[in-house]
Design a binder for this molecule. Sequence first.
Ligand SMILES: Cc1cc2nc3c(=O)[nH]c(=O)nc-3n(C[C@H](O)[C@H](O)[C@H](O)COP(=O)(O)OP(=O)(O)OC[C@H]3O[C@@H](n4cnc5c(N)ncnc54)[C@H](O)[C@@H]3O)c2cc1C
Length: 596
Amino acid sequence: MTDPHVTDVASQWLARLEVALAGGDADAAAACFGPECWWRDLVALTWNIRTEEGREAIGRMLRAVLPTARPASFRLVGEAVERDGVVEGWFAFETALGRGQGHLRLKGGLGWTLLTTLAELKGFEEARGETRPRGVEHGVQRGRRSWLEEREAHVAAFGIDEQPQVLIVGGGQGGIALAARLRRLRVPALVIDRLPRPGDAWRRRYRSLCLHDPVWYDHLPYLPFPDHWPVFTPKDRMGDWLEMYTRVMELDYWSSTECRGAVWDDTAGHWRVEVLREGRAIELRPRELVLATGMSGVPKLPAFPGAEAFQGVQLHSSAYTGGQDWAGRRCVVVGSNNSAHDICADLWEHGAEVTMLQRSSTLVVRSETLMNIGWGRLFSEQALKAGITTERADLTLATMPFRLMERLQKAVYEQVASIDADFYARLRAAGFLLDFGDDGTGLSLKYMRRGSGYYIDVGASELIANGSVALRSPVEVTAIGERSVRLSTGEELPADLIVYATGYGPMNEWVERLISPQVARRVGLCWGLGSGTRYDPGPWEGELRNMWKPTAQPGLWFHGGNLQQSRFYSLLLGLQLKARFEGLPTPVYAPPQPGG
Ligand SMILES: Cc1cc2nc3c(=O)[nH]c(=O)nc-3n(C[C@H](O)[C@H](O)[C@H](O)COP(=O)(O)OP(=O)(O)OC[C@H]3O[C@@H](n4cnc5c(N)ncnc54)[C@H](O)[C@@H]3O)c2cc1C
């Protein structure tokens, strides 16, 4: 039941905020907020992705952006609701250049959290619905070219005679989603990927892999999976979907094309990018360079003494394809996160004798529990029935400042611990070291902070709990023998196969590899919130470092993350690139400082 009084409270607050903003009075606007408050702005006012914490920071931000952003026309969309004393509502607004969507939460009549996010640029709206292209001009016309002929002529010239405005290096789901956004925004963009076919990044992974996130979370922009699509997409099917998507969305995509290096030409104001396309060297000169090379791109391979003399097979998890050759053989999997678990389960299914080596604790959460009390509220059939579309679910996630998310997620994981108490007790009894993050904040935050250190259980935990997969924990590998793995406990484990499920290097390693160590230093770390927890050094950033927003290197951008992030943030990055392409003023509030 909605209460009209609650809607009035929200409308009046929004009107008060608008009057302050319209008058350019940053202090009065900040005074609309309570003592504990956050304003999360996604590109709408700041041309940046930022969360301001506290009235002072909000006032500072507004003083800087109001003269150019000129936010106005705030209006509540739908009814506001009240839950646990917090009034919540959605609203729309405009800025000098764009239209946006927002969300407010009020506590005691004062602002608690506010989200403002850019949805479209005025005059540069995506063609859709009534404004869709006709496809054909009826009538008769000599020399008319068909769609196919037009497309072929474009494909032959693009990147050769005509330079792309944006070059996206990496044609995984991230690069593909961004290219689709740019296509709809009419920004000439080219995707390159070194693999032979779109979708190959998924196809090349181990044979048993299925997405760990459910289908409702995984849609690409514009073209959702049909409603018979399985909940957990098998990796080859994901590969095929990406390939089909690339084609039907008419993306400019060069496969078998590797980026070898890129240099920013300050005088010309564009990049000079050396690419090798099917063995042929080509120089591309885009204004904007997006690295969508993935967080799982640079395998981390530990160098253990004696490894070079190992007589069996050893490989990184990224090179593991399946357990078919290992029935009855002794397999050691180094690591205890997602890939390690999936690979142990796959080897066990093939009749191998498997041992997992765990060095430090892992966050494990059962997929079913995650669906019930995690994603389910926003991304599920029930959510759809309750009217929560994918777009609404994405925006709802975005309303939550990360600081507040930390607080709320602790409570969620206390619930998880109690629901699955028996499951965790059995894992502990098997010697498995568990955590819910350094501060008990759970999976999403661990993912945002370090992108690793967890397993979404789809079955392998049972193998560990019942001893089918042997476990050594906590242990370090000290050396590799000719047919064994030596452990810090003094034990020597016989091994025919060693799989290093030891993860991947950080995204900024790509900058060092493809551009230069100097630019990598200038740009600083990618990903992570600056929480000061393990692998996520402070200072607190409040947003993911360098992702989807301007970096300290002109013309350099990062895109990536899971399918939900890729879908949501590709629009925000697309709009930033579109504004620059059209020469709109994009004054960035609090631009990144060299060195991160
Ligand atoms: C085992 C495993 C399970 C996972 N499960 C899920 C899941 O369930 N849901 C989910 O959302 N994510 C999952 N992920 C994470 C997944 O890797 C990322 O979500 C996804 O791949 C990110 O897409 P991306 O486009 O950013 O990167 P990638 O898919 O890694 O694509 C990067 C692309 O860049 C290309 N590339 C790199 N360097 C160059 C170069 N120099 N020149 C040209 N091309 C280059 C690569 O060939 C690759 O195709 C999983 C990852 C692993 C390893």
